[in-house]
Design a protein around this ligand. Structure first.
Ligand code: GLN
Length: 309
């Protein structure tokens, strides 16, 4: 039992939306089809590090595409804006996450949230080997979560065996000189990155660090320059929900990123982060129960970023 009115509110949301069984498990990565579809976690973390939670908030799942804004930030931190911007554009694509599309003139992926852009971000992480590249990514995510995160080997193997579309994207990026190095090694690091295990609580703390301008409110560590945090949140706002980004922006109005592991992370700059986890996905590859819960939470708590009341 909790006395916190915020946790009581999250409990109400849980009870209301646990009945919503819309959506399907992600079966294009076979291992993801083995998770329990009923799991549901809700966490709200403020920019100053207060954490409120309800449900399956410490169960781990793979971060999947919610990794993309963080790796993008690390790529900019390693190489600077000019270099990264020559490789990845910042346009809302309206594309599905796995769209095989690059700009006709520059051949850049449209943004760092679709797979083509995210695979490019991964390729830009400075490292002497692919092992070192993932280790740097894992450590970076761990700093955001304020705890040591690990890899889900079974999901990684599953993506490695079946992720031919992503492999094709990596080779296409190589063809246009967007990625450097060996595409097969880059794609391995990308699959490892996506297969990093987080809990709903981890995601909320990672988001609270973005909300707090790159300083982790739990550890106090300065992880990312504020100019890079601003860039990450801008791209989340325009493209974080892929071809559902406009719908999300009008109905929820919180910069966010979803992943096919069932997580959704929303960040309100200077204020708070909300993380929801529930594995049944809608047609965009975002948690169906998560999207429904976010719509209600945003409206109940007046969180829409354009709402000036
Ligand atoms: N690893 C997944 C893929 O690349 C991530 C997709 C997602 O979460 N939308 O297909």
């Amino acid at each position: 039992m909790t006395n916190s009115p915020i946790e009581k509110y999250l409990e109400d949301i849980y009870k209301r939306f646990i009945k919503n069984n819309d959506g399907q498990l992600a079966d294009y990565i076979p291992e993801l089809a083995t998770v329990d579809p009923d799991r549901f976690g809700l966490v709200l973390a403020t920019a100053d590090g207060q954490v409120y939670k309800y449900g399956d908030t410490s169960d781990e799942f793979t971060i999947q595409s919610i990794s993309k804004p963080f790796t993008y930030g690390l790529a900019i931190s390693d190489n600077g804006f000019d270099y990264v911007d020559r490789k990845i554009d910042v346009e809302a694509s309206g594309d599905a996450y796995n769209e095989i599309s690059l700009d006709a003139d520059t051949h850049r992926p449209k943004n760092a949230m679709i797979n083509a852009g995210a695979i490019t971000s991964t390729s830009l992480i400075r490292a002497a080997s692919s092992e070192e590249r993932y280790e740097r990514i894992r450590e970076f995510f761990s700093k955001f979560a304020a705890r040591d995160l690990s890899l889900d080997q079974a999901v990684y193997n599953s993506e490695l065996e079946t992720g031919h579309r992503n492999r094709a994207i990596a080779w296409m990026l190589k063809n246009f000189d967007i990625i450097e190095g060996n595409p097969e090694e880059v794609i391995r690091s990308y699959f490892e990155q996506c297969s990093t295990l987080v809990s709903t609580e981890d995601l909320a703390i990672m988001g609270a660090t973005l909300a707090n301008n790159g300083v982790n409110p739990i550890s106090g560590e300065e992880i990312l320059d504020p100019s890079i945090v601003e860039r990450i949140l801008s791209v989340m706002m325009t493209a974080g929900m892929y071809d559902g980004a406009g719908d999300w922006m009008t109905s929820v109005g919180i910069p966010a990123k979803s992943g096919v592991g069932g997580g959704i992370l929303g960040v309100l700059p200077g204020q708070l982060a909300i993380a929801v986890f529930s594995p049944l996905l809608d047609r965009h590859g975002s948690s169906a129960r998560g999207v429904a819960a976010f719509e209600t939470i945003s409206s109940d708590l007046n969180l829409h970023i354009m709402n000036v009341n």
